[in-house]
Design a protein around this ligand. Structure first.
Ligand code: DAH
Length: 325
């Protein structure tokens, strides 16, 4: 092969190079140990002394040309590959996003937070108490006599040592007064236990207890607090009724009913009253100086009214379909 033919071949080969493989082959073809340029260079020894410099120069130029073409082709291949991956990886921001389910708060948690948020905004402290309670805090200190039916084995889960699973959140009233003294405003959400199970009762359920202790507290204070709360939770047009009732730890006592906006029926939502002087006394305060009011409500009952839940047990079966509604 002569120099001109080689140059023509080279120009042709490098016209279109679309892959690294082709380029590698061409590199070997022209510049490899046995490549065309190397082979051709060997011919120099057959030439006359006169012709050698000219031939050497031309071969040198050819090698340089080849190297430049390889360099340019290499650059083009890299640019192509970057463009290709840019094209492939382009983000189409008009596509719909992929949805990640984040889970939701349980209706009971939502209801509890709503209620405790309201009361803590009114200056109530959120208080906590043990679920395993002594009969003293659960009954005696709340003025519940020994022969009261609530103490019955049927209703209360007793432990072998005589302690019990608290049947209401009211024992926290006593614990809070003992711990913090007066004046005092607390709200206490928590689990309570009774041996009961049907459409409207579960053996474990939740209550919220409220207690205010100060001087000269009267029923008007209680009523105002409850009315404001009901306005907040069920709307200002809710009809409310205070119905005289009996609890051993309050005197006088009342149950609070609201009217169901659809069925026009009265629904009981909580118990309340002025704290019995015996209770104030047993908690270690002077009932001649201090008075107070208390109230207690079932959180399931509230959730039921807020979310129109039919069967109380659906709050505990953890059916995702129900919970995500
Ligand atoms: N502890 C009562 C119950 O479980 C509810 C209750 C009624 C709480 C009146 C109170 C109250 O604080 O004043 O049925």
């Amino acid at each position: 092969m002569d120099l001109d033919a080689l140059k023509a071949d080279l120009e042709k080969d490098f016209l279109e190079i679309n892959s690294q493989e082709v380029l590698n082959i061409l590199k070997v073809k022209y510049l490899g140990k046995k490549g065309h340029i190397s082979e051709l260079s060997k011919n120099i020894k057959n030439l006359s002394k006169k012709d050698r410099p000219e031939f050497g120069k031309t071969i040198g130029e050819l090698r340089k040309l080849c190297e430049e073409k390889i360099f340019a082709a290499q650059e083009q291949i890299e640019v192509n590959s970057i463009n290709e991956s840019l094209e492939k990886e382009r983000i189409d921001i008009t596509l719909p996003g992929s949805y990640k389910s984040q889970g939701k708060l349980h209706p009971l948690t939502v209801t509890t937070l709503k209620i405790t948020d309201f009361f803590s905004a009114q200056g109530y402290l959120i208080e906590d108490g043990p679920e395993i309670e002594s009969a003293y805090y659960n009954f005696d200190a709340l003025n519940i006599p020994l022969d009261h039916p609530a103490r019955d084995m049927h209703d209360t889960f007793y432990l072998d040592n005589g302690d019990l699973l608290r049947t209401h959140t009211s024992p926290v009233q006593i614990r809070a007064i003992e711990k913090r003294g007066a004046p005092l405003k607390i709200i206490c959400p928590g689990k309570v236990y009774r041996s009961d199970a049907d459409k409207t009762h579960t053996p474990m359920f939740h209550q919220i207890e409220g207690l205010v202790i100060s001087e000269n507290v009267n029923f008007g204070h209680l009523k105002n607090e409850i009315m404001t709360f009901i306005d907040f939770l069920f709307g200002p047009d809710t009809k409310v009724r205070f119905r005289p009732s009996y609890f051993p730890f309050t005197e006088p006592s009342a149950e609070v009913d609201i009217m169901d906006k659809k069925t026009k029926q009265w629904l009981e939502i909580m118990g309340c009253g002025l704290v019995h002087p015996n209770v104030i006394d047993m908690a270690g305060l002077d009932p001649n100086q201090f008075s107070g009011f208390a109230f207690g409500m079932g959180i399931e009952r509230m959730a039921k009214l807020l979310y129109e839940i039919e069967d109380m047990r659906s709050l505990f079966t953890n059916d995702i379909k129900f919970l995500s509604q």
